[in-house]
Ligand binder design. Structure first.
Ligand SMILES: NC(=O)c1ccc[n+]([C@@H]2O[C@H](COP(=O)([O-])OP(=O)(O)OC[C@H]3O[C@@H](n4cnc5c(N)ncnc54)[C@H](O)[C@@H]3O)[C@@H](O)[C@H]2O)c1
Ligand SMILES: Nc1ncnc2c1ncn2[C@@H]1O[C@H](COP(=O)(O)OP(=O)(O)OP(=O)(O)O)[C@@H](O)[C@H]1O
Length: 490
């Protein structure tokens, strides 16, 4: 039997004629379909059933309109044939037991399966899940259904994810914070070392290439990009990104900007963030040991944190229900909808998957990723959440209410924040603290989890790095220890 796992957009799932599980005969293949309800690919990465019993994975992202009527046998038959081909390409159709990881072409595949020559240039890697001191197949999972075999819950988010290169990385992008002498010096040194000692291809931003060439014509080998088209192809060339700066540099790499084309709007290669900023919450690597760090990252295996991004769309005049731009605005930390320069209270109507949540009356609202939970959301009273936890934080800013409390919502929801037609003023949306957009009465912002997780390298592992950051960066729960010599009840 051929087992097919469909990961679908939520809207698609709602329209899909078979609910969760169905067995069908298509083109001579007996197929067991299991429809997984997560839009976010990171759930799919965490989904144990795929890891343990995977025969085949298919990511279907068609619009629901195409499936408006009955189940499309012809299309699904075609899908089955192609899928069978994928499996047979390696010889026999694989019996999938015991697989406990996922390969980079599955993490990085963009929509339709790509077997293109540009992808082949890239170093492939495999992510696997493990527990400290435990074999992954010994790990216990909750059983949630016996309908067709044991269907288990997603793997524990506390499990560490490890990245192992299957072929050697060949191309590194070095991204730097501008206007910093120390960053400039380190960049030149690191580029030289990566080239001479590791024989790697190096990409830098056009500004940095000019800086390097001003220093010496030796840096002629350094590559860059000319236009947006070349930027959009970077993910097909770059195996690894090193960032030299602070958290803002990581945000610069991963969020959408109005003034510059974004680098990784879809799949993102592993990132090694070096700390040359002031706080460095998401930049655990120390520059003094950059050679050892890069050496061990290039060799692998390394622990990674799969960070989540939010994708946002603005809808002008909600009646039209059309996105302002086709491409979503991506944020790693948060999107903020606030009162901007207006002295009036904002009034924001919030919906979660079409259910009314609340009206926020105050300075505004923060919709944050768990990575962003330690940034603006924290300052507004939101909880700190481990970045590996998939969820969306719903944190009000100065709500004028005695009973408002921040929420954490599951990762698969779509949130809609609407400026009501009778609002006294405009609201303003900003994305990772940048690129303000005015929202007029009637406009709305729609936000959901982006499908591509961001693999960031850990110094130790995602949990250790998280605690180190909240202790050293934020001085979390720092208090003088209570003295021994007071009253005691023993
Ligand atoms: N009141 C606030 O705390 C407040 C106000 C505005 C913006 N911000 C944050 O600043 C971010 C933009 O950062 P920037 O560096 O471009 O601007 P910036 O230069 O103003 O720096 C903001 C500070 O936030 C820290 N920071 C950023 N992301 C973080 C994270 N995920 N966890 C912990 N600390 C983090 C940075 O290290 C820096 O110290 C926004 O995404 C927002 O979260 C915070
Ligand atoms: N490659 C880049 N191109 C343009 N702007 C950048 C780039 N990297 C960073 N920036 C911007 O420079 C500003 C400062 O960078 P960054 O936050 O990394 O340094 P920092 O403020 O010293 O460190 P920290 O965020 O840890 O306090 C940020 O607002 C960021 O958006």
């Amino acid at each position: 039997m051929l087992e097919i796992f469909l990961i679908s957009l939520r809207v698609f799932e709602e329209k899909f004629p078979f609910s969760r599980h169905r067995i069908l005969e298509l083109n001579g293949w007996k197929c067991s379909f299991l429809l997984l309800s997560h839009q976010n690919i990171s759930c799919f990465l965490n989904c144990n059933i795929i890891l343990c019993t995977n025969l085949l994975i298919w990511i279907e992202e068609e619009s629901p309109g195409e499936y408006g009527g009955d189940f499309d046998n012809a299309r699904m038959g075609n899908l089955v044939n192609q899928s069978a081909w994928c499996n047979e390409a390696n010889g026999q159709f694989e019996k999938p037991n015991g697989r406990n990881g996922i390969c980079s072409h599955e993490v990085l595949q963009d929509g339709e399966p790509v077997f293109d020559s540009q992808m082949i240039r890239k170093a492939s890697f495999k992510l696997s899940w493990c527990c400290k001191g435990e074999q992954s197949d010994q790990h216990k999972h909750d059983i949630v259904s016996f309908e067709r075999g044991n269907i288990t819950t997603a793997e524990r988010s506390s499990k560490q994810i490890s990245l192992r290169w299957e072929s050697c990385p060949r191309t590194v992008l070095v991204l730097t914070k501008p206007n910093s002498i120390s960053v400039r010096i380190l960049c030149a040194e690191m580029v030289r070392w990566l080239r001479e000692q590791k024989k790697l291809e190096i990409y830098v931003e056009p500004r940095v290439r000019v800086e390097l060439l001003t220093e010496s014509s030796y840096f002629n080998f350094v590559q860059t990009w000319k236009d947006e088209k070349e930027i959009s192809l970077l993910h097909t060339k770059v195996d690894l990104v090193a960032t030299l700066g602070g958290d803002g540099t990581v945000l610069w790499l991963l969020s959408t900007h109005v003034q510059a084309a974004s680098m990784f709007k879809g799949p993102v290669p592993p990132i090694v963030p070096f700390s040359l900023g002031s706080l460095g919450f998401m930049t655990p690597f120390h520059t003094e040991h950059y050679r050892e760090c890069l050496d061990s990252v290039l060799k692998g295996p390394i622990s990674i944190t799969l960070r989540h991004r939010l994708q946002c769309h603005v809808i002008r005049d909600a009646a039209k229900n059309e996105y302002e731009t086709e491409e979503p605005i991506l944020v790693l930390n948060e999107v903020t909808i606030d009162r901007g320069i207006s002295s009036y209270l904002t009034n924001l109507e919030c919906y979660c998957d079409d259910s009314f949540v609340t009206s926020v009356q105050g300075d505004g609202l923060i919709l944050s990723t768990t990575s962003g939970s330690t940034a603006y959301s924290l300052a507004a009273g939101g909880s700190m959440v481990h970045p590996q936890v998939p969820g969306i934080l719903f944190t009000p800013i100065c709500p004028h209410s005695l009973s408002f409390r921040p929420l954490i919502l599951p990762e698969h929801v779509t949130l809609r924040v609407q400026v009501p037609f009778n609002s006294r003023s405009h609201a303003w949306a900003s994305f990772d603290g940048k690129d303000r957009k005015q929202l007029a009465p009637g406009d709305a912002l729609v936000c959901s989890m982006a499908p591509w997780p961001v693999p960031t390298a850990c110094l130790v592992d995602s949990t250790d790095d998280f605690f180190r950051s909240i202790h050293e960066g934020l001085h979390w729960n720092l208090r003088k220890v209570q003295s021994f010599d007071g009253p005691r009840v023993l």
